[in-house]
Structure formats: structure tokens, C-alpha cells
Design a protein around this ligand. Structure first.
Ligand code: 5AD
Ligand code: SF4
Length: 473
């Protein structure tokens, strides 16, 4: 049997053991899934613990300072591990790698720095690290001039695009890279590069392959997925065209897409597609960020709160039972009590299923960081975050209550990580999601083995603000 020590003694062999930790958004989860398959194909095995690993890969996020600090603290721990195991290889991958580049070598644990556009090179970089060539940096020099046409990343993506490691039966598929919006607070355009839409044929091929492998739900990813646009000859393809083509593929049952940007272009076509195509989930994640027109302007969002609410109204007119989720940033520079009150007002009017609420975090290099002082004290940010969350919870509870007594179709994800004994739930408990992205926890009694990755019908018996509870029918 192989022991961790024998593995370590084998580091110069071709098959190192890998620990991969992923921080941040679904885009990063997708990158990690692709990296994982490519390394598995190269013969690597994955482990859950740094002590069993020859290589630690951290796939990082730069969207808020907190996410970066978590990685820094991991690097601190890895430094201690390396004191007794100098041949451990540590790679920082993803947005932080692109943002900080060679600066990351100030953290003595770091051997490899690799940006999100270079993930196709990871198997090679790891191999070289094992041949003694340590300290490699591979990031895009001028990220805003990045061109992905015909690059190895596209080939890599099509080749290795696979099922989600966490949720059986589900896969993320990138439809777009990067972002051109330059919201003043946001680091994404600087780390993920220019907005590019992948060719529709490549996406469809990939989804077909996934469906052939048993995937039932695909989630199309893009920072502004509703801006998807691909010109081929005389035809310009938009997201609605992609949805319609995927809707025709056998095996795929649910199609999702995130994240939508509040803009009118293509919005009605996309909603019509949602209303008319049976496989398209009636769910829209459409961040408002603030309800104050002054703050929205300072954020460079390009819409007013009235225009935003107009889009939600259109969404509900075309798709009456649509579930809508939002994002908000509280404590943006200069946000007054009155600005915040307008955000509260917008949340009440929008009646989101749920909202993700963040405290403003200045990001180096962004316009907001260069031009605006981070004036709102942390305590005020925390208070506003708490208040907004409370209001959202009340709305979520009201919406959740409408499900009591109803039977919903869900896609089962797997055993629940949290115990829900407080809800009177017996074991085992499975977690699932509705097409509208409501989380459902249910007790499947004896029939639970093999349900992960399957559709099921659950009768809802009770609720908490963010979760529906019920029994398998
Ligand atoms: N500070 C706080 N939240 C941020 N977000 C993006 N940039 C920042 C920042 N600098 C939030 C936005 C976005 C979500 C992914 O993260 O709400 O929609
Ligand atoms: Fe960031 Fe704005 Fe682009 Fe979203 S749309 S990724 S918030 S710059």
C-alpha cells in the first residue's frame, strides 16, 4: 500500500498527487473541473489533504479582499509544511495569479503562478516543477489585449469540459470569457480580460458530449451571459439562439444561465425563450448592486433603479412564475443613509427569491479604488448588510410559504451537509434544487441511494427563509 511518505518520495515520478482548492465563483469551479480532468488524464491522483499531496493548487478569487486574504492564510500554512517538505510544489492559479503575478513569490511557499487564460499549461508547469525547474510565472502580460481566437484555452475547454464534480448530472459550460463593463468597483475586467463569446457550434458540441455522458442540467456561464453575441457570416447568434439549440438536444432536461446584466438588449428574446422552451429554467440572476441612482452612476452600471425595475416587470410579464435573484454591494464610497434607504426600497419592490449581499471592498486598480475613498466605516457596512439581509429574508419567507402543500420537481444534488434536525427532519436528508433554484431538503426514507443526479418530486411541508423542506412522493 502506498503511504503519504512513499508518495512523497516519488515526486519525481510522472504521477504526483494533487490537492486542488477552489475559491470564488462558478467560473472558477468550472476552471477547476477542467484542470482536474486534464491532470487526471496526465495520470495524477487527487487527495483531500495537504499532507498527502505532492502539489497544492489554489484556484483563487480576487473579487473581494476577504477572498484574497483566505488564500494568503493558506499560503502561510503551506510555508510551514514546506519547511519539513521542501519538495512540495505550490501553485497559485486564477484571478489572484493574474492580478499579482510575480509579486506572489513574496510568499515563500509559492512555486507556480498561472493566470486564468493559461490553465491549459498547468499539466506542463507541474511536470516542469517536478523536474526541478521551480518558480514559474505564466500570466497574460496585457490582459485587456488578450485574444482567445484559436488559442489553446479554447481547445482545452472543448476537450475537457465535463460534469460538475460536486453535483452529479450537472455541468457548467462557459459561453463567454471576460467582461467589458468596467463597473467601477470590479476587478473582473482586469483579471479575466475582454468579453469574448465562444462559437455556438463549440458550445453545442460540448453540451452534446455532456448529454451523451449522462448530464441532465447545463448551466451556461458568462459575466454578462445575456450579452452573448457571436457573428458567423450574415447571422448574429444571441443567448436565445443558444438556448433554443440546447433545448433540442436529447438527454438535457434543464438549462440555466448566469449571470444576467440589467440591460434591454436581447432581454425580451431571452425571456421569450424562457417562456416558450420547456427545458429553460425560469430563473434569472440579475444583480442590481444598489437602488440609488447616484450610487449606480458612481458604480458605472449604466441604468437607473426605475429602468432596472422596468426590466423585472418585463421579466414577470413574459414569464409570470419566474424566480429572480439579486446581488447588492453595501457601503460603496459615499453611500448615504438615504442611498441605502433607496436600496431597501428596491429590494422590497423587486421581491427577489434571494439576494447575495456584499460589503464594498476596494480592489486595487479599479476606478472606484483610484478615484473614491472607502469612506463608509466597517461597522456601518456590517449594519447595512445585516438590515438588507433581514428584509430579504422576510420576502424570501413569504415567497417560500407559497410552496407549502405543493409538490415540486427537483434535481437531487446529494446528501445534505447541514443537519436539519431543528426542522424535525429525519435522516437521511438529501439536498436538491427546483428549476427556480429553490433549495429543497427532503427525507427520501429508504429509497435514497442513487437519487443524486436524478429528478424527483418532493411535497413541501415546511420552510425556512432560504430552504424548502419536504418528503419524496
Ligand atoms: N466589493 C464588494 N462586492 C463586490 N462584488 C464585485 N466586486 C465587489 C467589490 N469590490 C460583488 C457584486 C457582484 C458579485 C459577484 O460580487 O455584487 O455581483
Ligand atoms: Fe464586474 Fe460589472 Fe463585469 Fe459584472 S458586469 S463582472 S460587476 S465589471
Amino acid at each position: 500500500m502506498e503511504t503519504p511518505n512513499s508518495k512523497r518520495n516519488n515526486v519525481t515520478s510522472k504521477h504526483p498527487t494533487i490537492l486542488l482548492r477552489t475559491f470564488g465563483c462558478q467560473m472558477n469551479k468550472l476552471d477547476s473541473a477542467i484542470i482536474e480532468v486534464s491532470l487526471q488524464e496526465a495520470g495524477c491522483q487527487f487527495v483531500d489533504n495537504a499532507k498527502d499531496a505532492d502539489v497544492v493548487l489554489l484556484n483563487t478569487c480576487s473579487v473581494r479582499d476577504h477572498a484574497e486574504q483566505r488564500v494568503m492564510s493558506h499560503l502561510g500554512n503551506l510555508k510551514h509544511i514546506k519547511e519539513s517538505r521542501p519538495d512540495l510544489v505550490v501553485a497559485v492559479v486564477g484571478c489572484m495569479a493574474q492580478r499579482l503575478g510575480g509579486e506572489l513569490f513574496k510568499q515563500s511557499a509559492v512555486d507556480i503562478v498561472c493566470g486564468p487564460a493559461q490553465i491549459a499549461e498547468i499539466p506542463r508547469l507541474i511536470n516542469e516543477a517536478f523536474q526541478g525547474k521551480k518558480k514559474a510565472t505564466l500570466v497574460t502580460e496585457k490582459i485587456r489585449q488578450l485574444s482567445l481566437d484559436g488559442q489553446s484555452l479554447e481547445r482545452f475547454e472543448t476537450e475537457y469540459g465535463i460534469e460538475d464534480g460536486e453535483i452529479p448530472g450537472q455541468a457548467y459550460v462557459r459561453a463567454m470569457h471576460g467582461c467589458d463593463k468596467f463597473c467601477s468597483y470590479c476587478v473582473v475586467p482586469y483579471v479575466r480580460g475582454p468579453e469574448t463569446s465562444r462559437p455556438p457550434d463549440a458550445i453545442i458540441e460540448q453540451v452534446k458530449k455532456l448529454a451523451d455522458n449522462g448530464v441532465k442540467q447545463v448551466t451556461l456561464l458568462g459575466q454578462r451571459i445575456n450579452a452573448y453575441e457571436y457573428k458567423a457570416g450574415d447571422k448574429t447568434y444571441c443567448l436565445a439562439d443558444l438556448l433554443s439549440r440546447i433545448n433540442n438536444l436529447d438527454g438535457i432536461e434543464w438549462i440555466r444561465f448566469v449571470t444576467s446584466y440589467p440591460s434591454a438588449k436581447y432581454f425580451d428574446c431571452i425571456l421569450e425563450a424562457m417562456a416558450n422552451l420547456p427545458k429553460v429554467c425560469r430563473y434569472l440572476h440579475i444583480p442590481a448592486q444598489s437602488g440609488s441612482d447616484g450610487v449606480l452612476k458612481a458604480m458605472n452600471r449604466g441604468y437607473t433603479s426605475a429602468e432596472y425595475l422596468g426590466l423585472l416587470e418585463m421579466a414577470r410579464r413574459i414569464v409570470p412564475d419566474i424566480a429572480i435573484a439579486g446581488d447588492f454591494i453595501v457601503g460603496f464610497p459615499g453611500e448615504t443613509d438615504d442611498d441605502f434607504a433607496q436600496t431597501v426600497d428596491l429590494v422590497k419592490k423587486a421581491r427577489y427569491k434571494n439576494s447575495f449581499i456584499f460589503k464594498y471592498s476596494p480592489r486595487p486598480g479599479t476606478i472606484a479604488d483610484k478615484r473614491l475613498e472607502d469612506t463608509i466605516p466597517l461597522e456601518v457596512k456590517k449594519q447595512r448588510n445585516y438590515e438588507l439581509l433581514k428584509i430579504q429574508e422576510e420576502i424570501s419567507s413569504e415567497l417560500a410559504r407559497e410552496f407549502i402543500g405543493k409538490t415540486v420537481k427537483v434535481l437531487v444534488e446529494g446528501p445534505s451537509k447541514k443537519s436539519h434536525h431543528d426542522q424535525g427532519m429525519a435522516l437521511p436528508q438529501l439536498v436538491a434544487r427546483t428549476a427556480g433554484d429553490w433549495i429543497v431538503v427532503f427525507n427520501p426514507a429508504q429509497r435514497w441511494a442513487g437519487l443524486a443526479g436524478q429528478f424527483a418530486n418532493v411535497k413541501i411541508t415546511r420552510i425556512s427563509p432560504l430552504t424548502l423542506f419536504g418528503e419524496l412522493v
